[in-house]
Design a protein around this ligand. Structure first.
Ligand SMILES: NC(=O)c1ccc[n+]([C@@H]2O[C@H](COP(=O)([O-])OP(=O)(O)OC[C@H]3O[C@@H](n4cnc5c(N)ncnc54)[C@H](OP(=O)(O)O)[C@@H]3O)[C@@H](O)[C@H]2O)c1
Length: 211
């Protein structure tokens, strides 16, 4: 599969790295190929490709958005036409002062992303844990694989993202439509407050038991 990354820092770089090693053709969308995050991503995996945002998105089946939330509108505006019909995986989180929801919980960040690029098939995923778990999600000694919750309106797009999550070692869990994104964003805030404030290990994920 052809996959592009808009944003390849703490979250995007490990996901791009692992997806390339899983056999995908992964391109970093880079306005500046000499930027620090591009250089670091290529240093860890020289098999990643680099292209302008327009070229990277136009050639992709799936596009990951892993930019600071405040940069989303700017990052998306330059590729909105190229995103039409593409699966757009929103990894971003609107985190405000004192680890609150930056949109006041009135709207999810992912719904704002979907509104910015109405032609894209947006799926929120790879968002509910810290980057440490995108670097390494192996939990040896546990029989339950870590769960990756995702949501979106397009069933086929969610199936595609679920397949990618499975390839990366997650148990994908489709939690519903985009209205669920707000609740995933609050799960992120829960994790961030536990780990970054209260000192719980960042190597903490959720598992699913079902009967
Ligand atoms: N860090 C975490 O643990 C974590 C976990 C889950 C979700 N998230 C969410 O994931 C997103 C990314 O977080 P991160 O920690 O990976 O951030 P980061 O390390 O700061 O990386 C941000 C990336 O976005 C790029 N970028 C910035 N402004 C851009 C623009 N206008 N257009 C295109 N690209 C732009 C940066 O490129 P340059 O280097 O060229 O500026 C960099 O590649 C955030 O929304 C965050 O809330 C973070």
């Amino acid at each position: 599969m052809n996959i592009a990354f808009i944003g390849h820092g703490q979250v995007g770089a490990p996901l791009a790295d692992h997806l390339q090693r899983a056999g995908h053709h992964v391109t970093l969308a880079a306005k500046d190929p000499a930027s620090a995050s591009t250089v670091r991503a290529l240093w860890r995996n020289p098999n990643l490709q680099v292209a302008t945002p327009g070229t990277a998105v136009a050639g992709a089946d799936v596009v990951f958005l892993a930019t600071p939330f405040a940069a989303n509108q700017a990052a998306l505006s330059e590729v909105s036409d190229a995103l039409r019909g593409k699966v757009l995986v929103d990894c971003t989180n609107p985190v405000g002062p004192a680890i609150t929801h930056a949109l006041g919980s009135a709207q999810s960040g992912t719904e704002a992303v979907q509104a910015a690029v109405p032609g894209a098939r947006v799926v929120k995923a790879f968002s509910i844990y810290g980057f440490e778990n995108f670097e390494d999600n192996a939990y040896p000694g546990h029989s339950v694989r870590p769960v990756m919750m995702l949501c979106g309106e397009d069933a086929q797009a969610k199936a595609t993202v679920s397949t990618l999550a499975g390839e990366l070692g997650w148990t994908p869990l489709d939690v519903g439509g985009l209205a669920q994104a707000l609740h995933l964003e609050h799960m992120t805030l829960l994790w961030v407050r536990m780990v970054r404030v209260q000192g719980v290990s960042p190597h903490t994920v959720w598992g699913m038991l079902q009967r």
